[in-house]
Design a protein around this ligand. Structure first.
Ligand code: XIL
Length: 330
């Protein structure tokens, strides 16, 4: 029994991000295709990677990495998920270091979404349209897209987010459209702000189909109050009549000792159990699957993290086993 077989029995998608560079490793390809039924490019669809040059350049886009991952997914009978059109990070220098008027910037983003959404229409079943637009205190993050200079709608708060969703729906009417963010897994000022935005969008028929919760956790999440708050939070979003997905789960450790690995497994189990209890949760995705390829060491400068389901030699960890048991028991 594999994770994807067990998840499929429950009608659940179980995903991982995929790095195009790692697809040259036979073990990586074998395990990803065997264990997961959803794949999402780790970096290859981000603005600066897929659209590295300005539109006046004869060759503004580079689809090679994204195409390879979508192809890999479809060959392995996996759903392909897109990430992401609008984000403050990994935007091409040609956007952030040159001055654009709001009108020019709006055309840049409109045309970017048109090109990328159209290319993957029919292949990518869901897109993170906007990623990480809020600060922890619930205010909007200052970014090139929002107000620096922004696409001309900053005075209206979430209007630039709304516009991005409308463009995405226009250019690929059949893909599901998600807002995605971190640190809004529990009920807190940030998740409150996202909640209010989604509620407003639903009331006014702005096309939004779901919210992605990144779920980058640590061992301190292993307490009943945090887990209960996550449960109530996911449930309140589901009650807005949208789908809920876990999009980037990992559980970072200080060291890979036996006790830490057991606690890590318990956190994964608890999150899976919460999700299995909420029918609107349609996918759970981890941000990679082997500790050999994880973003944590690069991000936390030197710490290894040991945050994923398999170790650096592709051996399964207790977290893998607990998830499989949880899916089978459900
Ligand atoms: C990370 C990638 O994993 C890294 O390889 C890259 O250097 C930086 O971005 N939230 C997101 C992801 O939405 O896109 C980020 O991915 C991790 C945090």
């Amino acid at each position: 029994m594999t994770l994807r077989d067990a998840a499929a029995k429950r009608g659940l998608l179980i995903g991982t991000c995929i790095s195009a560079a790692a697809l040259t490793e036979p073990d990586y390809v074998e395990v990803a295709g065997r264990e997961f039924n959803q794949a999402e490019p780790e970096n290859e669809m981000k603005f600066g990677v897929i659209h590295p040059r300005r539109d006046t350049n004869p060759n503004p886009y580079d689809f090679s990495g994204a195409d390879a991952i979508v192809e890999f997914a479809l060959q392995h009978n996996m759903k392909a998920r897109g990430h992401c059109f609008v984000w403050h990070s990994q935007v091409g220098d040609w956007v952030t270091s040159t001055s654009h008027t709001p009108d020019e910037l709006s055309k840049v983003l409109d045309s970017h979404i048109q090109t990328v959404a159209s290319r993957y229409a029919g292949k990518v079943y869901a897109w993170d349209v906007v990623n990480e637009a809020f600060e922890e205190d619930g205010s909007l993050r200052h970014t090139v897209w929002y107000d620096e200079p922004g696409i001309g709608l900053a005075e209206n708060g979430t209007a630039y987010i709304e516009q991005s969703f409308r463009w995405a729906r226009q250019y690929d009417p059949s893909t599901a459209l998600y807002y995605n963010d971190y640190s809004c897994d529990t009920i807190n000022p940030k998740s409150d702000a996202v909640y209010e935005m989604v509620k407003d969008f639903k009331t006014r028929n702005v096309p939004i189909d779901g919210v992605g919760f990144q779920m980058h956790l640590h061992l301190d999440s292993n307490n009943p109050a945090t887990l209960e708050s996550i449960k109530q939070n996911l449930q309140r979003f589901a009650d807005l009549d949208i789908d809920v997905q876990i999009t980037e789960m990992d559980v970072a450790l200080e060291s890979p000792d036996e006790d830490s690995l057991a606690q890590q497994a318990e956190i994964y189990r608890a999150i899976f159990e919460i999700c299995l209890g909420i029918p609107r949760v349609t996918a759970i995705q981890t941000w990679g699957f082997t500790d050999k390829h994880s973003w944590i060491p690069g991000f936390t400068k030197g710490q290894k993290g040991w945050a994923l389901l398999l170790d650096e030699h592709y051996a399964v960890k207790p977290a893998y086993t607990r998830i499989l048991e949880t899916l089978q028991a459900s």
